[in-house]
Design a binder for this molecule. Structure first.
Ligand code: COI
Length: 351
């Protein structure tokens, strides 16, 4: 189906983007893309000025959490080519999350056309260099104004943009969470749903109290196997240069698209990869004995983020500052964005 997408123009931005002092996620596009799902079909598809939403206090997402989001990025190369990265994969994950929350799937053509239109209108938001990005935030939630606990019959899909610099302003310390867990087998760990992030906030507070910027989650049964950081997937480097990352098999962690990109780049470099259960003791003892030489996180927002210290059960483990593999993979990631490393088909979605 081809979508007829009317555009209601917004006034021009009053101030230029201050790229060098840009906070993450506070400056928004002038426009947003909107689609409503009602009476079994997608309708009122449109682009309109970014504005606060008129919602009933009975809006079901606010009560029962049928709400999810995605995060992807668009860039501009020095030759002026503009593209968004791995659009189809983000769309697939959005629908994976939707399925878990009993929300209707979003057709690819609808998602792609809304996004394409929006990116075509907001060209002034594309960053001048690849050190910044245009972050794309699709958010999808239930809007029935009814307090019955059941899947909503109406939904709102919004897509808007926020030009961003780095997610973390400096080096990151990780707090290993030993009391709370993020997701159990059979839970919602693989869905990018709002509630997963809300449930992590209390651990984030504990992390901050210990001088850490992120939590590191352990599995819900043994409290032993590493799952992911609060905002990123987790990677470890053995001194023999093997790259370790928790396997997705248990079905409790987010299948990070940046995680997958880094695995692709690591394979291209000939780096040995182990996707498997990784015990927290393997990591702390490994750091103590010089066997684990790097720890880093990966995510769309954070890209590749070295961890400098891990706090676990009252003790801190320092990582060497070199972080050679994290650095190399970040350089490869940028080379891939510049078009200097060949990307699989569909990863570079030209606008
Ligand atoms: C992203 O990396 O894009 C995310 O959605 C994580 C969020 C903490 C910003």
């Amino acid at each position: 189906m081809l979508w007829n997408i009317p555009i209601q123009p917004a006034p021009p931005r009053s101030e230029p983007i201050a790229w060098e002092s840009l906070p993450f996620g506070r400056v928004f596009s002038q426009h947003m893309a909107v689609a409503e799902y009602k009476e079994g079909s997608w309708q009122q598809v449109r682009i309109e000025p970014f504005h606060p939403l008129p919602l009933s206090p009975g809006t079901s997402a606010l009560h029962y959490g049928q709400a999810l989001f995605e995060g992807l990025k668009a860039y501009q190369r020095p030759d002026g080519t503009r593209f968004a990265f791995r659009v189809e994969d983000h769309w697939k994950r959005l629908n994976h999350s939707a399925e878990r929350l009993v929300m209707p799937p979003v057709p690819y053509a609808l998602f792609a056309e809304l996004l394409h239109r929006l990116l075509t209108i907001e060209t002034d938001l594309f960053p001048p260099t690849l050190n910044h990005a245009l972050y794309i935030r699709p958010v999808y939630f239930a809007i029935d104004p009814w307090l019955g606990v059941r899947p909503s019959e109406s939904y709102l899909l919004l897509i808007y943009l926020t030009p961003v610099g780095p997610y973390y302003s400096g080096p990151v310390n990780a707090y290993v969470e030993t009391e709370m867990t993020r997701a159990a087998v059979g839970g919602t760990g693989t869905a990018k749903m709002a509630g997963n992030y809300a449930a992590a906030l209390l651990s984030g507070k504990k992390a901050q109290a210990h001088g850490c910027q992120v939590s590191l989650w352990l599995d819900a049964i043994h409290r032993e196997y590493i799952e992911e950081f609060s905002t990123m997937n987790a990677f470890f480097v053995h001194r023999n240069h093997t790259l370790l990352t928790p396997s997705l098999q248990r079905g409790t962690i987010l299948a990070g698209i940046t995680r997958d990109t880094l695995l692709y780049l690591a394979r291209k470099r000939g780096i040995a990869i182990e996707e498997r259960d990784i015990s927290i003791h393997e990591i702390t003892e490994g750091i103590a004995h010089g066997e684990i030489i790097e720890v880093f996180g990966s995510g769309t927002a954070a890209t590749v983020m070295p961890i400098q210290q891990i706090y676990y059960q009252g003790k801190s483990w320092e990582l060497p500052p070199t972080q050679e593999i994290a650095h190399a993979l970040l350089q490869d990631y940028k080379a891939l964005l510049r078009g200097e490393i060949l990307a699989p088909e569909n990863w570079i979605w030209k606008i």
